[in-house]
Design a protein around this ligand. Structure first.
Ligand SMILES: CC(C)(COP(=O)(O)OP(=O)(O)OC[C@H]1O[C@@H](n2cnc3c(N)ncnc32)[C@H](O)[C@@H]1OP(=O)(O)O)[C@@H](O)C(=O)NCCC(=O)NCCS
Length: 234
């Protein structure tokens, strides 16, 4: 590989090496794209400023309970692990979300055996200062368009604890239907988790066009399309 030093050329070269880095979804004021290592300081500053009230726990895995450098290391390890373990059998896309150029949160989707199941679960968070302004709804609509229109999902699922009205409201507004409940252990106590299910027909599309770049190479990476003899997506 040719040596490159210009930062933009380095970005392009990295996207050539690792197709998720070339993915980009634009929806009105939002840009969603996989986070790179250089983004982590900005991302962690938002995590430190707070995602939820200290006595609440909206996540299945209570990653926000960790503090300081321990939380930071666990956060970056989670993202490195998710890159390292990506395969057609199991993958997740955690897209950083930038609103008018400012990092505000993460919108992800993860799946197992996707080539068979064609289903995956969305999950998200925003820094508290960015909540309640419609961004959570818009970023969920954007990733659902990516999944249903560009990545051949037959359905998208989500889940939220009954004491998370904002997440449940976002799911309802985007068109997900309730699909049962589950009793989960949350920090040692039982908590009811609501299952949600979305199909293309029910998707409430965002009020802006959704532009998707870099999807061909990602589809090839996760086995949706065959590569040509040069290893490029066809
Ligand atoms: C869940 C989350 C991503 C939603 O993003 P957001 O930008 O705050 O959501 P929006 O502003 O797009 O919409 C929130 C909706 O919830 C509603 N809502 C918020 N709090 C509510 C409450 N206590 N009771 C009822 N509805 C509530 C709002 O009224 C709004 O609906 P409306 O536009 O019809 O009025 C964000 O709140 C968040 O990051 N929360 C902490 C992490 C988290 O819970 N992640 C999801 C785990 S399942």
């Amino acid at each position: 590989m040719e040596h490159v030093s210009d930062p933009e050329a380095v970005d392009d070269a990295l996207a050539g090496l690792w197709p998720p880095f070339g993915l980009r979804v634009t929806c009105g004021p939002l840009v969603l794209r996989p986070m790179r290592d250089a983004d982590f300081p900005e991302v962690l500053a938002v995590v430190h400023s707070g995602i939820h009230a200290p006595d609440a726990m909206p996540f299945y895995f209570p990653w926000t309970d960790a503090q300081g450098p321990t939380m930071e290391r666990q956060f970056v390890q989670y993202h490195w692990r998710s890159r390292a373990e990506l395969s057609p059998e199991r993958w997740s896309l955690d897209l950083g979300v930038w609103h008018e150029g400012r990092f505000v949160g993460v919108q992800g989707v993860s799946t197992k055996e996707f080539l068979v199941t064609r289903t995956g679960e969305t999950g998200s968070w925003l820094g508290q200062e960015f909540q309640g302004r419609g961004i959570g709804t818009l970023m969920r609509q954007a990733i659902c368009v990516l999944c249903l229109d560009h990545l051949d999902f037959a359905e998208v699922t989500s889940g939220a604890f009954v004491d998370n009205p904002a997440s449940l409201a976002v799911s309802r507004k985007v068109g997900y239907r309730r699909n049962g409940e589950e009793r989960l252990a949350r920090k040692g106590a039982v908590a009811t988790n609501v299952h949600l299910l979305l199909t293309s027909e029910d998707l409430v599309r965002p009020p802006h066009a959704v532009e998707v770049a870099g999807v061909a190479a990602f589809r090839e990476l996760v086995g949706l399309d065959a590569a040509d003899s040069q290893g490029r997506a066809t």
